[in-house]
Design a protein around this ligand. Structure first.
Ligand SMILES: Nc1ncnc2c1ncn2[C@@H]1O[C@H](COP(=O)(O)OP(=O)(O)OP(=O)(O)O)[C@@H](O)[C@H]1O
Ligand SMILES: [Mg+2]
Length: 309
């Protein structure tokens, strides 16, 4: 079973309008509400690929209940802890020429809540995959992910981490099974700017020497690279397409990679599936489905490889 942990989930409220006028009453042309948060995105895409996943994390108030029910309607398992306050609403304003996001602060999650989550994680069965992703609630210490790693350390559980570079830097010592930084996050870990895929490869392999078993670096338009402690190196180029909204592209990549692995694909096939899901997500508004991903793989035109391995 795959468990995803989202400490700061959200409802994404997308507003489509021609333009926004500051200080005036504006009207939207169309609006949508989606469940949001990185781990939740991963669970949604896994479900589309037919892989069961349980979404965990903190929810609060009516908005939290809406989020839980939205997942229930999609038949996605969840096991959230309730906290004081309201699950945040992230407002995404989509104008013709610009994308403006106002992300909410989220509920008051305290150290007792973190302890409850830690205890819940301790009950996860052996052999599971646990995906820890996204930001830490502002009310918790910045090193809160370390508590979760402490709880899972030494267990027969594969930990996948997709979080800000500063947090990835802290958790590498816990020997995660897989981490997925994007270009900026990889740069943050090492305090340098990642200028090209070759530099990304060098830094990803440095993470292997520090204890991570596998690393995927997602490189936006340049696709992604995968390196493993076994010495394997794989690159997957992205597809040509009209980019609409890249929010969640990295989550879709990670979910489809894991779906591939759960279905018995090798690392190269799983990475190709992941990159296709990332692209299919970037080419639409919202997360891509498994069907859209496969359609892109069948009919899409791949870019030239960004790196020759
Ligand atoms: N501009 C783009 N053109 C084509 N494919 C893209 C583009 N941006 C993203 N992708 C696809 O999505 C994947 C993940 O993208 P990216 O590296 O931007 O992840 P990310 O920054 O972690 O995203 P997020 O955190 O918003 O989910 C890429 O490997 C690629 O397959
Ligand atoms: Mg990301």
């Amino acid at each position: 079973m795959i468990y995803t942990v989202t400490m700061n989930p959200a409802l994404d409220y997308r507003i489509y309008t021609e333009s926004i006028y500051h200080g005036l009453i504006n009207r939207s042309e169309r609006e949508e509400i989606h469940v949001g948060g990185k781990g939740i995105n991963v669970a949604v895409v896994l479900k589309s690929f037919g892989i069961p996943a349980t979404a965990m994390g903190f929810i609060g108030g009516l908005t939290g209940e809406m989020l839980r029910r939205a997942l229930e309607q999609e038949r996605i398992e969840s096991d959230f802890l309730r906290v004081r306050g309201l699950t945040r609403i992230n407002v995404k304003i989509r104008e013709k020429e610009a994308e403006t996001d106002i992300n909410g602060a989220g509920p008051e999650v305290n150290l007792k809540d973190l302890k409850r989550l830690t205890e819940k994680l301790m009950q996860i069965p052996d052999g599971s995959v646990v995906v820890l992703s996204g930001s830490i609630p502002a009310t918790l210490p910045k090193d809160s992910y370390e508590c979760l790693f402490d709880a899972l350390c030494g267990r027969d559980v594969r930990i996948v981490a997709d979080m800000a570079g500063a947090q990835l830097k802290q958790i590498v010592k816990y020997r995660p099974w897989l981490i997925k930084p994007n270009r900026e996050e990889l740069g943050e870990i090492f305090g340098e700017e990642v200028k090209d895929p070759l530099q990304a490869l060098t830094l990803a392999e440095k993470l292997l020497t520090q204890g991570t078993a596998n690393v995927i670096v997602s490189l936006g338009e340049d696709g992604a690279i995968f390196v493993s402690e076994s010495g394997e190196r794989v690159a997957a180029p992205s597809y040509f397409g009209n980019v609409k909204d890249t929010v969640g592209a990295g989550d879709a990549l990670l979910a489809a990679f894991l779906a591939g692995k759960e279905s018995g694909a090798n690392n190269s096939q799983a990475l190709a599936l992941g990159v296709a899901a990332g692209c299919a997500t970037a080419f639409r508004s919202g997360l891509a489905t498994a069907a859209e991903t496969r359609l892109l793989m069948e009919n899409g035109i791949r870019r030239a490889p960004a790196i020759d391995l």
